[in-house]
Design a protein around this ligand. Structure first.
Ligand code: HEC
Length: 243
């Protein structure tokens, strides 16, 4: 028996294990150095608009990720329930990403457009009003908290430093885009320009109170765009590994 020498000698066994693991590691790691990017280019994915970004910050602050994942795995049960499996590109502008692993509530990666703004507001104010058996906490205070995002430009610049391709124009217009998205035509900015800068941004007074921009407006704007940027009727996976 040749393996007897390994079984009787711990040091040799350790060296043997080390060699085996190294080969396995190399097979996984080396190819990554020879491909340009591990994230395929996908049409439609863009950095967050200032209002969506503010909403995303609230999502992180409130710890929504503790109960909700944002990653649809490529398994049939998930795809049938939530829609097309998540692409790496869809979270490439997330700092940090919100994939999560805990699903006390459903995955939210494609919740955008699934419900009306009014549904989200009612649900966040008191989830049990729309889903009686829900164990989700209430977030009524979000509609009472006015939100000013005067430093929106600074947020965008910081994200640019982290690699997000915000343009100078987007940074200069950040504060105005923020208000325009939450107020629509009632705001001072131009909604068409906003949509050229941030295609598919959902514009509107989300919380039903046109007087002020609240944290609720921002959070709902964020929820309503989740998973909507890529058009899956035309999307074709790239490369040999595509299925
Ligand atoms: C304690 C766990 C918990 C936390 C924290 C939580 N949720 Fe939920 N959430 C749930 C559960 C359970 C459901 C399913 C029942 C329901 O719809 O209320 C749900 C449902 C949802 C839905 C509807 C999803 C769908 O596809 O029907 C949305 C949207 C949502 N939550 C957003 C949020 C946001 C935003 C936050 C943070 C502000 C949050 N949740 C925090 C547990 C949680």
């Amino acid at each position: 028996m040749k393996h007897e020498i390994f079984e009787k000698n711990t040091i040799l066994l350790a060296i043997g294990i080390l060699i085996t693991i190294s080969i396995g590691g190399l097979v996984q790691i080396v190819p990554l150095y020879f491909i340009d990017s591990t994230i395929e280019k996908v049409d439609g994915v863009r950095p967050y608009s200032p209002l969506e970004l503010a909403g995303r910050n609230i999502y992180v602050r409130e710890g929504c990720y503790l109960c909700h994942s944002q990653q649809i795995r490529p398994f049939r049960d998930e795809v049938e329930r939530y829609g097309h499996y998540s692409l790496a590109a869809e979270s490439m502008y997330d700092h940090p990403f919100q994939w999560g692993s805990k699903r006390t509530g459903p995955d939210l990666a494609r919740v955008g457009g699934k419900y009306s703004n009014a549904w989200h507001v009612a649900h966040l104010i008191r989830p049990q009003d729309v889903v009686p058996e829900s164990v989700m906490p209430m977030y009524k205070f979000l509609s009472e908290k006015e939100l000013s995002f005067n430093d929106a430009g600074a947020h965008l610049s910081a994200l640019r430093a982290a690699g997000d391709p915000y343009t100078d124009e987007q940074i200069a217009q950040a504060a105005s885009d923020f208000a325009t998205q939450a107020m629509g035509d009632a705001g001072e900015g131009d909604t068409d320009e906003l949509l050229t800068r941030y295609p598919k941004a959902v514009i509107g007074d989300f919380d039903g109170n046109p007087e002020k921009i609240t944290e609720m407006d921002a959070l709902v704007a964020y929820l309503q765009m989740l998973g909507t940027l890529v058009d899956f009727t035309t999307y074709k996976p790239e490369g040999d590994m595509a299925r």
